[in-house]
Ligand binder design. Structure first.
Ligand SMILES: NC(=O)c1ccc[n+]([C@@H]2O[C@H](COP(=O)([O-])OP(=O)(O)OC[C@H]3O[C@@H](n4cnc5c(N)ncnc54)[C@H](O)[C@@H]3O)[C@@H](O)[C@H]2O)c1
Length: 417
C-alpha cells in the first residue's frame, strides 16, 4: 500500500500516557509542523490539568481519542503494552510513534510489522539515544569512514537512583518497573550502536545480575526483577556489540566503536558529550591526527536541539517523525529496526534463563521467518497467565521473587503520598 503523506497542513497529533508523553506533547511545535490536539491518560486529575494548560481535548479512553480528528498518535503508555495500541491506531489510519519497547512478545512483533505493512501509515520507533549530540557525531564520523569497518562496539546505559525516586515512578506492585526482566530495557544502548554502524542484530547471549541482598535501594523497593543485564549481540556484518543496562552504580551513558582502522567513543569523564577519535598512524597519512578530542556541534538546528532533553535526542525524534509523514517515507527508526531491537530484550531473557545460550534475532522483514514466530506468546509479565501448555518464565534469574513485607510497607508509604 502507498504511504500516506500530509504535505501542507500541520500534522495533528494525540499523545497517550502523560509522563514521558509530556515531552512529545510539549515538543509538538509549529516549527516542526506538528500540532498537539488531544491527550489521553487514565489519571484524570493530571489529564484535566494538562488539557487546560495546553488547550487541547482530553480522553481517558484511547479508543475515543482515536475517533478524534487527528493524523498521528504518540504512544508513551506502559513499556510492555505499546504494540496493541500501535496496531489499533494503524488500523484506524493513524501514523504512529511508539516508545520503547515496540513489542513485548515475538507474536506481537509479527503482528506489528504486518499492521504497518498493511496500513500505508508511518511507524517510527521513538528511540532518542541515537540522536543525542555525541551519538550523532559518532555516527557522522563513522559514516565518513573515519575508523573503517565495524568490528566491535560497547554501549552502557547506567541509571541508578534512590529507592523513593523509583517508588514514585513505579506506582503499584505490578508496575512494569517493578518486574521487567533485566534484558528488556536494551534499546537505548543498542539503538545508538545500530545507528552508528548501520548493522542489525542477528544473535544474542545474555547475562543477568540479580540485586545484592545488602543493596539498600533494593531493601526499599518491592521488585521481582534483577538489577542489570549484559547482552552480547552478534551483528549482521559479523561484528559484536556488548550492551550494559541499567541499575549499576556510576550513572552514565557511554558508547565505544572499534573499527578496522581506529576507535570512536564519547568521554567517560568530564563532559560526556565530548567525542574521542583515535586513528592508528600506520593506516593514515602522517599529517592525520592520531587522536582528536572535541565537543561537537549539532549538525543542524543547534538552538532548538540544545534546549531539548537527552542532549537533543528528544527534539530529533519529533523532527524525524514529522519529516517521515511529510515525505511519505518510513524513517530510519522504522518498524523493522524497532522490532529487532525489542526482540533482543525478549530473546536475551530466553538466553539468560537458558544459562546464556545463544538465541537468534529473526529477521521479520521476511514473511517466512515471521511465520515461525506468529504464535510465540512467551511473556514474563506476571499479570498475564502462561499460554496453554507453557511454564511462566520468571522475571529474575533467581526465579519467582516475592517482595517482602518491609519492601511493600515502605513503597506503599510513598505510593500513598
Ligand atoms: N526514551 C526515553 O528517554 C524514555 C524515558 C522515560 C520513559 N520512556 C518510556 O516511556 C514509556 C512510559 O514510561 P513513563 O516513564 O512515562 O512511566 P509510566 O509507564 O508509568 O507512564 C505511563 C502513563 O501512561 C498512562 N497509561 C497507561 N496505560 C493507559 C491506557 N490504557 N489508557 C490511558 N492511559 C494509560 C499511565 O496512567 C501513565 O500516566 C515507557 O515505554 C518507557 O520505556 C522512555
Amino acid at each position: 500500500m502507498p504511504t500516506k503523506t500530509i504535505r501542507h497542513q500541520p500534522i495533528r497529533i494525540g499523545v497517550l500516557g502523560l509522563r514521558r508523553g509530556l515531552t512529545y506533547a510539549r515538543g509538538a511545535s509549529e516549527a516542526l509542523g506538528l500540532k498537539l490536539v488531544a491527550l489521553c491518560d487514565v489519571q484524570t486529575d493530571r489529564l484535566q490539568a494538562l488539557g487546560r494548560e495546553l488547550g487541547v481535548a482530553t480522553y481517558e479512553d484511547y479508543d475515543r481519542m482515536l475517533e478524534h480528528d487527528l493524523d498521528a498518535v504518540v504512544l508513551a503508555n506502559y513499556f510492555h503494552q505499546h504494540a496493541p495500541f500501535a496496531i489499533k491506531a494503524l488500523r484506524a489510519g493513524k501514523h504512529v510513534m511508539s516508545e520503547t519497547a515496540a513489542c513485548f512478545t515475538m507474536a506481537e512483533g509479527v503482528a506489528l510489522v504486518e499492521a504497518v505493512e498493511q496500513s500505508g501509515c508511518i511507524y517510527q520507533f521513538a528511540e532518542n539515544y541515537p540522536y543525542m549530540l555525541q551519538n550523532l557525531e559518532l555516527s557522522r564520523r563513522f559514516r565518513q569512514g573515519a575508523v573503517g569497518e565495524f568490528v566491535y562496539g560497547e554501549a552502557e546505559y547506567v541509571h541508578p537512583g534512590p529507592a523513593d525516586f523509583w517508588n514514585e515512578i513505579s506506582p503499584g506492585v505490578d508496575h512494569w518497573r517493578n518486574w521487567l526482566p533485566s534484558t528488556y530495557y536494551c534499546t537505548h544502548t543498542l539503538a545508538a550502536l545500530m545507528h552508528i554502524t548501520r548493522t542489525l542484530p542477528v544473535k544474542v547471549n545474555a547475562f543477568s545480575l540479580p540485586y545484592r541482598a545488602d543493596d539498600p535501594v533494593f531493601a526499599r523497593r518491592p521488585v521481582r526483577n534483577d538489577a542489570c543485564s549484559m547482552i552480547t549481540v552478534r551483528m549482521d556484518n559479523g561484528g559484536v556489540c556488548k550492551l550494559l543496562q541499567y541499575f549499576l552504580r556510576g550513572h552514565g551513558n557511554f558508547v565505544r566503536v572499534h573499527g578496522s582502522r581506529g576507535l570512536l567513543e564519547n568521554l567517560r569523564t568530564g563532559d560526556p558529550r565530548m567525542v574521542r577519535l583515535v586513528r592508528e598512524q600506520y593506516h593514515e597519512r602522517p599529517t592525520t591526527p592520531v587522536e582528536q578530542i572535541y565537543l561537537p556541534d549539532w549538525p543542524r538546528e543547534h538552538a532548538v536541539a540544545a534546549t531539548a532533553g537527552h542532549s537533543g535526542g528528544d527534539y530529533f525524534v519529533n523532527q524525524h517523525f514529522a519529516s517521515a509523514i511529510r515525505a511519505g517515507r518510513q524513517p530510519w527508526l522504522d518498524v523493522y529496526r524497532g522490532v529487532a531491537m525489542s526482540l533482543v530484550g525478549i530473546q536475551g531473557w530466553r538466553s539468560v534463563l537458558a544459562d546464556s545460550a545463544p538465541f537468534e534475532i529473526p529477521d521479520f522483514r521476511k514473511k517466512a521467518v515471521r511465520d515461525r514466530y506468529r504464535d510465540d506468546h512467551w511473556n514474563p509479565d506476571p499479570t498475564v497467565p502462561a499460554a496453554a501448555g507453557e511454564t511462566k518464565p520468571p522475571c529474575s534469574l533467581l526465579g519467582d521473587i516475592k517482595p517482602t513485607k518491609a519492601q511493600l510497607a515502605h513503597a506503599r508509604k510513598i505510593w500513598r503520598q
